[in-house]
Design a protein around this ligand. Sequence first.
Ligand code: DGP
Ligand code: NA
Ligand code: NA
Length: 206
Amino acid sequence: MIDRGSLIVFEGCDRSGKTTQCNKLITQLEADGHKAKYLKFPDRTTKIGQLINSYLGQSCDLDDHAIHLLYSANRWEAIHTMKSLINQGTTLIVDRYAYSGVAYTAAKEGFTLDWCKQPDIGLPQPDKVFYLTLSSEALSRRGGFGDERYEKKDIQDKVAQNFQKLKDGDWEEIDADKSVEDLHRELYSRVKQVMEDSKKKALGKL
Ligand code: DGP
Ligand code: NA
Ligand code: NA
């Protein structure tokens, strides 16, 4: 029997460097002979993802509950691919997951964390969540946010507070205020450890 792959999630506010780091991890894992695949949520390539993309680009408006469920549906539509890759020994490096779903929607008026968590219950549980953080000073040194919905300081502050509330024993918080190479080296050794540790454990559920 082949060892299963790991499910490793990266979370953090916009501009924390998640995407760059995820891609560098994939390159390095593959160079070292591991099977690894990058997944990104929202996955804007599916039909549901295209709706999310128009919402984020502000070209369409949707009720806050409706968009929340679409983000979740966008994760559910990937579940079969995710499970079969993991079972075949591929480690998934996932750029945002259900925690972003909760942290971003709960940043809006009138949404509880508990309500926000419900639609993602039953999705595969990550073996590890790496939460990349940046102080507001470090964040502002990285230059402005883009023009998408949510890319504003007050929203990002609330999102960061929500991530802190979601953090549990399977999370590692990592200060991302370092060079791309230094952060990569740190993450790579931690990812290898997670891959080793999760081999013998069954994949859990949210
Ligand atoms: P990204 O492509 O990683 O920049 O994500 C797009 C934006 O959508 C970003 O501001 C974070 C936000 N986001 C990601 N996942 C979810 C989700 O499940 N729900 C909500 N409300 N927002 C999300
Ligand atoms: Na973004
Ligand atoms: Na996302």
